[in-house]
Design a protein around this ligand. Sequence first.
Ligand code: GUN
Ligand code: FE
Length: 423
Amino acid sequence: MKDNIIKGCFLDSDSPDRIRVVENAFLPVIDGICRGIVPVIPEAYRGLPVTDYGDRLILPGMSDLHLHAPQFSFRGMGMDLELLDWLDTYTFPEEAKYSDPVYVEQAYGYFTDALVHSTTTRAAVFATIHPAATLDLMEQLERSGLQCFVGKVNMDRNCPDSVREPDVQSALRDTEAWIQAANSRFVRTKPILTPRFIPSCSDALMTGLKTLQTRYSLPLQSHLSENYGEIAWVRELSPAAKCYGDAYDRFGLFGGEHPCIMAHCVHSTDEELELIKRNGVYIAHSPESNMNLASGVAPVSRYLELGLRVGLATDVAGGSQISMLRAMMHAIQASKLRWRLLDDSIRPLSLEQAFYLATVGGGAFFGKVGRFAKGYDFDAVVLDDSSLSHPQPLDPRSRLERAVYLADDRHLFAKYVAGKKIF
Ligand code: GUN
Ligand code: FE
């Protein structure tokens, strides 16, 4: 990784309500770390090579806090059912195919290629129950230069045999062997514990996963309060739990000491939100998925006001698009319909807030990620929007807004992860 100076038009977010724009500026990047945006090159850095991106937009790399790699193969299909039927009809049969190494290599190749050619630099990814396939995915992501958490999924009940771990002992044995293999083989790609959701995991499995979490000091990702049928089912399965979140917390698998991402939180109660806040759980807001599966719309601007940790997610293939620019658009659009049709006391999301969620909000899960401030990892995407022609002058914020609604991977000109140039 070469130390250098990046020149161009920088946009980043220092709070949910503000986009910082710095035009014609320099950003020294030393050991992959930002040294702060400056108007002239400081004496100490004279002589370093300068990469000049001219008038193009330089944005922080985006963090996709939740998506399913094996579901990329059926993105944009099977959008006619709600969550539980969608899982049984489309998702589980597709995930069963990941026992076949030939299918795995090809499918995860397509997934990795699409992720590389997106604005995403960091991601928290679900794989399937299969350890070999999960290691194959991690291998491909490691080679790509992206920095991801990847989870071998755990599930031992309420699903077909083809995606069910045969018993708790073998589930835990496989999971531990996978953790050890991942820790020894990868630097950029890290394991994350991944019980699919409460309906898929027995109490004994959850207890065993807690032991592994403590032994290997691992973060955890799962799903929470996405769909009414799912929430009612969890109430039946965990009658002693005070809320869905508490059904994880009873096993010590809901944040606190170990970082935790919960996808969706569309229908979280006040009690659940309090627990989320107390335990520092990250909410992965997945607006397109929540529309496609008719789950609802999470009140995200309220979550920001409550000071919760929130990031943005595509949730492929509940979401059809792997693009975080598109996820920002969907978050804004969904919030407007929620405001108009359901509850006008909760403001729709602004562009500023959506940009914050996609960069800083989710980036925080990965460390000092998502801004160009001094000390942050240099994760960046450079957008060339010159083919989006227009007769009038446009300021950088307007160009960012237009990129959210119009840009796609053809407009991606360069990409860096922790200072490493991906292309
Ligand atoms: N809940 C449990 N599994 C899944 C999944 O694969 N996708 C979504 N959106 N929700 C889930
Ligand atoms: Fe999901």
